[in-house]
Write a new protein. Structure first.
Length: 320
């Protein structure tokens, strides 16, 4: 009835981890210039290598490659990251010693690591198209966001890529999905600890309901679910007060909210999600843009002393 029983999921995870370790052990780290990595990515159409920032990336990587110590730090960080460890100390050292912005260093590591990840995708039988939609799109969107908010060519949400690079989260149409243990009992459908699907919403354009429903169906097929599929989502888009006071009526955001049964909610600080709407981390209300209806509504909501937040929602689908 559910996605997978815990013991089945555990066995599946162990098998995939073993496959990853076997592949990782056989792959030599790429030691040529970033150009080779960029060409490989471009052939897969996974990255928007515009002339300006592509040149900047090459210059940064050339600086790292020219210094044995810096290059060793990069390769160590890549090895740590692909083995599932947090490379934050390596990345901090690389940024401090090279003088390259930390967000740029984070981006370079993801690009560098993505070459090995492509090999792992191939070893597990995943397509290059899936790799492009999952990894390439995520990197591209986050670079665009970093440029908009911080005016830096880089990535400021490095922590969000871990499950992508561990082959645990996949883009299936408009949404991304991963298997997680649900932290709640839900009616007579599932119990706390059962394995369900968690969906994530990339900032890749309009959130059309037909695209969302199509993504659910793709996830049902990709994860080979039989019977009921439980999907959970934790997002600022599912916060009841946003739905009531911010989202335009009959908008894509309102329709997405209405798909879920909201079972929990909590307040969050401005910097947690407001940047997704306003494109800035600056909480000064007088400087927030009011170009769209959503921006105007959220501005008025915040001006009235309201707090932002997130909601935890559940929905069920069955395509058998």
């Amino acid at each position: 009835m559910l996605l997978l029983h815990m013991n089945q999921y555990g066995q599946l995870v162990q098998e995939k981890l073993q496959q990853c370790k076997m592949v990782i052990g056989d792959i030599r780290l790429f030691t040529n210039s970033l150009t080779k990595l960029m060409v490989m990515q471009e052939e897969l159409k996974t990255m928007p290598f515009g002339d300006i920032w592509a040149k900047y990336c090459e210059e940064c990587f050339a600086k790292i490659k020219a210094n044995i110590e810096l290059f060793e730090i990069l390769t160590t960080a890549e090895n740590h990251y692909m083995m599932g460890y947090n490379p934050k100390e390596d990345l901090k050292a690389l940024s401090d010693k090279s003088g390259i912005h930390r967000y740029t260093v984070d981006m370079l590591l993801l690009i560098y690591s993505s070459v090995r990840l492509l090999k792992i995708y191939a070893a597990q039988g995943y397509s290059e198209e899936l790799y492009s939609e999952t990894v390439g799109q995520s990197i591209r969107l986050n670079i665009d966001t970093c440029k908009e908010i911080y005016k830096v060519v880089g990535i400021f949400v490095f922590f969000g890529f871990k499950r992508l690079f561990q082959c645990e989260r996949f883009a299936l149409g408009r949404l991304q999905f991963e298997a997680v243990a649900i932290p709640y009992d839900y009616k007579d459908i599932c119990k706390k600890g059962d394995i369900v699907l968690s969906c994530h919403i990339p900032a890749s354009g309009p959130l059309l309901i037909e695209d969302v429903e199509s993504a659910f169906k793709k996830a049902y097929e990709f994860f080979m679910i039989k019977g009921k599929m439980v999907v959970v989502c934790s997002s600022w888009m599912l916060y009841p007060k946003h739905y009531e006071k911010v989202f335009p009526k009959n908008s894509n955001l309102s329709r997405f909210y209405e798909l879920f049964d909201i079972i929990d909610q909590k307040e969050k600080p401005f910097t947690a999600d407001a940047w997704r709407v306003f494109g800035t981390m600056n909480p000064d209300l007088s400087k927030l843009p009011q170009k769209t209806t959503l921006q105007k509504n959220l501005y008025n909501y915040l001006k009235d002393g309201n707090s932002m937040g997130s909601g935890y929602g559940i929905l069920v689908r069955n395509y058998d």
